[in-house]
Ligand binder design. Sequence first.
Ligand code: SF4
Length: 218
Amino acid sequence: MPEEPNDATPFLPERSSLKSLREAAAGCRGCHLWRGATQTVFGEGRKRSRLMLVGEQPGDREDLEGRPFVGPASRELNRALEAAGIKRADAYLTNVVKHFKFEERGGRRIHQTPKRFEVEACRPWFDEELKVVRPEALVVLGATAAKALFGSAFRVTAHRGELLDSELAELVTATLHPSSILRGPDEDREANREALVADLRVVARALDDSDGGRQSDR
Ligand code: SF4
């Protein structure tokens, strides 16, 4: 049997725009994850969004609907964005892996964390999204996305909410993935919710400051 490919690069369009990337990603066979999933779940948002949020991978609902952050975790995210004063419509939302990885258990599809080689295979899509959108701020949600972008030694719990030195964008931070709030123990839920809001506020404030700076330069 031929070996499975492990790189999305051959599937990238000749010229990258959000439209051409989305269309090309729909046919990506850069790794084995497309086989079990319903469809590619590409990023969503405006081309010139000042803020990009990047999570791990689509979940069950996202896989069925073909849109990122529409499942149960999206309610957590929406609530946190609102509390931090960020309009979801102003942000570009995506994942480092564009197909849902799961195992079937008792008739249900249970999320499985993508392995490093799967994250690496899918990385070219995120890199192209970043090049096209060029957000001022990037918020990395959860350990899988953070390790993919900052290296395997990175610990979200140790560095969440810090403005990180990174070439990915002017303002870069990492925080909890909203689904980890739901998966975590009940007794930690409120504290984790507050932590997510606090981390998002860091970015909201930094974006406001850079806005103020830009206006006073005029
Ligand atoms: S997970 Fe990424 S690299 Fe793998 S098939 Fe899907 S879009 Fe392509």
